[in-house]
Design a protein around this ligand. Structure first.
Ligand code: NDP
Ligand code: 8X3
Length: 267
């Protein structure tokens, strides 16, 4: 039977757009209490307001840069004050969604840039580690709490120009597997949701704001939407407390494999 997310604290990193913003609305619709983080606070404000309209019991937001330990620690201590305030019925964090991340550039290794490589490892790999380390003391034992990391098909299949992003998401997969082993016996669930092609701001970020190039990634095909992934995250977190969804690979029907995407003629 589905376990309720009503009045449960749900922390989402990278909540200012894409999967994270859609997850805020979807967990909000379940009556959860949200703790939202990202660097663009103006965007978080809008997402929090939308989540409230969807039914969130509370939707708090705060600046977070997962590539900086000090920012992560400041964010989690802000979250702790809310979760453990005398007014808060549930004194613990029920769901942690490590979603912040993305790709920077599509250069071959021969042409790769240090800044892009560093940004990808910082957000997709070190970010998950930092947020998890700080948030774990807030998570209850044996109460169906979940840590859900966002991986990618890229963590399972390499492609040209994707070396560092693929390495980062392969790292996310192994971090998820190691964490599940480390939390053995605590009752805290650990899983990864690994999407394929999904139309969010992902490609806009990868191509550094080049909207035409980003749009072209999805031309003539039916990609996943942010809402598709948000629904899955809610489903994973609301399984009965004894059920752990270890790894979920989710692709659009049109993407039969990484690099093999069906495209209809557009004009
Ligand atoms: P978006 O670009 O729409 O969202 C990325 C989110 O991550 C934003 O909210 C952004 O917020 C946040 N973020 C990035 N870097 C940092 C940082 N250093 N600190 C805090 N927040 C950060 O893309 P998606 O929604 O698609 O991406 C979400 C996750 O899904 C990423 O991990 C991505 O790698 C993964 N993914 C995406 C796929 C796709 O095809 N779209 C497929 C598979 C996985 P801000 O810039 O405001 O800080
Ligand atoms: C995003 C999917 O295939 O563009 O993680 O790397 S892909």
């Amino acid at each position: 039977m589905k376990s309720s997310l009503k009045d449960k604290w749900v922390l989402i990193t990278g909540a200012s757009s894409g999967f994270g913003a859609a997850a805020a609305r979807a967990f909000g619709a379940e009556g959860a209490k949200l703790l939202l983080g990202a660097r663009r606070v103006d965007r978080l404000k809008t997402v929090a307001a939308d989540a409230k309209k969807s039914g969130a019991v509370a939707a708090h937001f705060h600046e977070l840069d997962v590539s900086k330990t000090a920012s992560v620690e400041e964010f989690i201590s802000w979250a702790k004050k809310l979760v453990q305030s005398p007014k808060s019925k549930a004194q613990s964090l029920h769901v942690l969604i490590n979603n912040a991340g993305g790709a920077h550039g599509l250069d071959t290794i021969a042409c790769g840039k240090d800044a892009d490589w560093e940004a990808m490892i910082q957000s997709n790999v070190l970010g998950i580690l930092r947020v998890t380390r700080s948030a774990l003391p807030l998570m209850p034992r044996d109460a169906g709490a979940s840590i859900i990391n966002i991986g990618s098909v890229a963590g399972r299949t390499a492609y040209e120009g994707g070396a560092v992003y693929c390495a980062a998401k392969a790292g996310e997969l192994q971090i998820t597997r190691a964490l599940r082993l480390e939390l053995f016996g605590t009752g805290i669930r650990v899983g990864t949701v690994d999407p394929g092609l999904a139309e969010t701001e992902f490609s806009l970020v990868r191509f550094k704001g080049d909207a035409a190039k980003a749009k072209n990634v999805y031309a003539g095909t039916n990609p996943l939407t942010a809402e598709d992934i948000a629904e899955i995250l809610v489903w994973v977190a609301s399984r009965p407390a004894h059920v752990n969804i270890d790894e979920l690979l989710v692709k659009p029907v049109d993407q039969v494999a990484v690099g093999k995407v069906f495209r209809r003629k557009t004009n």
